[in-house]
Design a protein around this ligand. Structure first.
Ligand SMILES: Cc1ncc(COP(=O)(O)O)c(C=O)c1O
Length: 382
């Protein structure tokens, strides 16, 4: 126990601070939907899709019911199925590989880079012969922009092009980030994102979107999200899903998108303060050069088996932390029978033992953050 225990607990992600800022704007947006009652694919959905496409520069933005559905819609449109290998990082949220397995295809796990936490292009190249040796057809790769940090898209694109792989970027945590000056949503052949409430751009429930420049793919997504509809939903041209974004969520997201650029800046400022305050004691995350993270999480690395003790010490001071992810996918019960690319997954294993995410959001004020930094420094030097 110490003198800091009487201070109020700090939220890990302060969704309420943004709610207070937006206040009546969101209430009015919801009221407009309640007045016209077009709860499914109402006008706000089309408006939001235009805004999202303009925001990131993609030709098409198609909203859907979640980030998981966004990934699934893309793989379904590409007819990924049994016998196909889809390369996924082992260090990610389960949904990245789950959609592959759901379609009967085989996720092949690939290692990640220690600094960016993202898929390592060398490890991807090494996994190609693994898939072939197992009699699988290499079809696609799903790079993930984990914690908001852009993956090394140039290096991934080069390896993918050499093997004719389709690239589905899982930017569930990273909409709003830019890689070498270009916004995510425009890399690979399609990008999926999530609007889960805790995401940098989150709604007030589940939601997601798919981005592509490919007209035929965009048409397939629109069909697949409504039961594989053709000219209307009673004309079924393919097997699909119910995977639409609710009109109310679209109305909420349009209001949030207006302030999102400012929030990206305040997140970047908070990340800089963390790096300055902790960079000498812990391994702090780095966006690839020329890129801007949207800092869905601020995740430091604490080696030497000290991570859990540091987390426990912070908890006693009212400072929440989280471990994303304690078990890499290739060690999860549901995924451990899937193949691992040549070269193994040593970095994924190490990260699972070392990562610790600190409170991060666009409303983290300097005083609160100083309290967190002081507490982390105390815990690390104890
Ligand atoms: C990397 C990644 N992919 C996919 C998803 C799935 O998004 P959703 O929860 O909206 O289905 C998430 C959600 O946390 C994620 O972090």
């Amino acid at each position: 126990m110490n003198q800091h225990t009487n201070l109020p607990p700090i939220p890990f992600i302060d969704v309420a601070a943004q709610r207070r800022r937006l206040g009546s704007a969101i209430d009015s947006a919801i009221a407009r939907v309640l007045a016209h009652c077009q709860f499914i694919l109402g006008p706000e959905v089309r408006v939001l899709e235009g805004e999202l496409a303009r925001f990131c520069g993609a030709r098409h933005a198609i909203t859907c019911a979640s980030g998981t559905d966004a990934l699934l819609l893309v793989l379904m449109a590409k007819r990924i199925g049994p016998g196909d290998a889809v390369f996924c990082p082992a260090f990610t949220f389960c949904a990245t590989a789950e959609v592959v397995a759901l379609l009967g295809a085989t996720p092949v796990f690939v290692d990640v880079e220690p600094d960016s936490f993202n898929i390592d292009a060398t490890s991807l190249a090494a996994a190609l012969p693994t898939a072939k040796r197992l009699g699988l057809t290499p079809k696609a790769v799903i790079p993930v922009d984990l914690f908001g940090l852009p993956a090394d898209h140039d290096a991934i694109t080069a390896v993918a092009a050499s093997a004719d792989l389709f690239i589905l970027d899982d930017a569930a945590q990273a909409f709003g980030a830019t890689y070498k000056g270009r916004p995510l949503g425009t890399f690979g052949h399609a990008t999926a994102t999530s609007f889960f409430p805790a995401k940098p751009l989150g709604c007030y429930g589940d939601g997601g979107a798919v981005f592509t420049d490919d007209d035929a793919l965009a048409e397939a997504f629109v069909s697949l999200r409504v039961h594989g509809q053709g000219i209307d939903k009673y004309d079924n041209v393919r097997i699909g899903l119910t995977a639409r974004l609710d009109t109310i969520q679209a109305a909420i997201l349009s209001e949030k998108l207006k302030i999102f650029p400012e929030e990206i800046v305040t997140r970047e400022e908070a990340a800089r303060r963390y790096a300055q305050g902790l960079g000498d004691l812990a391994v702090v995350p780095k966006a690839p050069s020329g890129s801007i993270s949207v800092w869905a999480q601020y995740t430091i690395r604490i080696g030497g088996g000290r991570r859990d003790k540091v987390a426990a010490a912070l908890k006693t001071e009212g400072i929440p932390t989280a471990i994303y992810y304690p078990i890499p996918l290739h060690r999860q019960q549901a995924y451990r029978h899937y193949p691992v690319g040549e070269g193994g997954l040593a970095v994924s294993e190490r990260l699972a033992a070392e990562v610790l995410s600190l409170p991060m959001h666009g409303y983290l004020d300097v005083a609160t953050q100083a309290r967190i930094i002081d507490a982390v420094r105390r815990a690390l030097t104890r």
